[in-house]
Design a protein around this ligand. Sequence first.
Ligand SMILES: [Fe+2]
Ligand SMILES: [Fe+2]
Length: 361
Amino acid sequence: MKRLTTLQLLPGMTIAEDVLSFDRQLIMRKGTVLNDNLITKLDLYNVITVFVEDSIAPAPSAKEIADEPPVSYTERVQNTASFRQFKEDYSLNVDTFKNAMNNVVERNLDLDVDALLSDTLTMINKADKWPGILDMLQNMQAFDDSTFTHSLNVALICNVLARWLKLTPDQIEMATACGLFHDIGKLKIPHAIITKPGKLDAHEYAQIQKHPILGYQLLQKQNVDDHIRNAALMHHERYDGGGYPMRISGKQIDPYARIVAIADVYDAMTAARVYRGPLCPFRVIEIFEQEGFQKYDVEYLLTFLENVVNTYLQCDCKLSDGRKAKIIFINKDKLSRPTVQCGSEYIKLADHPDLTIEELL
Ligand SMILES: [Fe+2]
Ligand SMILES: [Fe+2]
């Protein structure tokens, strides 16, 4: 019997001792003969080393390989009970939020921040360590792209980012609430403009740009925290002063609005839209890198992007040349370009500017 790293494993080797996860769950039984899928499975469970028998059995037949269930990232997420629960809670939550918002905007009713926030927090608290909220959002792409779903997505992403920033529980709740109500002003803008596919003309664009002020005015009539109002007003401001409506910069922008700004842009790009499908998170990270970090609070943005990339470590992906690969090492200097494993080849994407990760599988 010998101990090997998962990278050294070959089809035909026999597992010599039960393989357990860090929380002592059985991943693979002693006596299992490995094939490519099973080696991938060990990798996906982040198993570093395993004991194998000294002799190698004949390679499993094509029929045996075909019988093994495929383990892709999407399947792993979608097959969990947490994801099914999340999907159910998500649509209920969107409906409740939609009714409440319409009551506030059209009938001038009071906004019950605590009730709406508690629905969102309950949903978040039900999620396990894995799949995380971002994994689940990434798999909710077929949902509609209304302001309501966008607001819920942004609230969830703000919550995730606030945790990554190690904020206090109260601050995490505040960031979540700021995300939830950041676009409330959009409900005052004609629906046809909000949902128009393709490019807006100058007049329509000017209308859309009013939503931060409209949101702020709406929230002024409500008994809500100043940070919630500020997030509605300032989430399109940019750290370098290039945003709107007031063109303020740096620390003049409310810290919660700086968190919402990142979550907002991330959701706008990753969620499927009426005019295009969802973008792969690595493409979104590349856009953030190309745009330059000066538009956002750099500490918030780096924390966000590093953690997003970590979320997708060990995921299968499709490269721009059509090949399938697995993301294995993060490149801290160029987060959008990790090292991937393609068959037996390791490709440092940072050294291949022509090659990108096109899709998570
Ligand atoms: Fe907005
Ligand atoms: Fe938004």
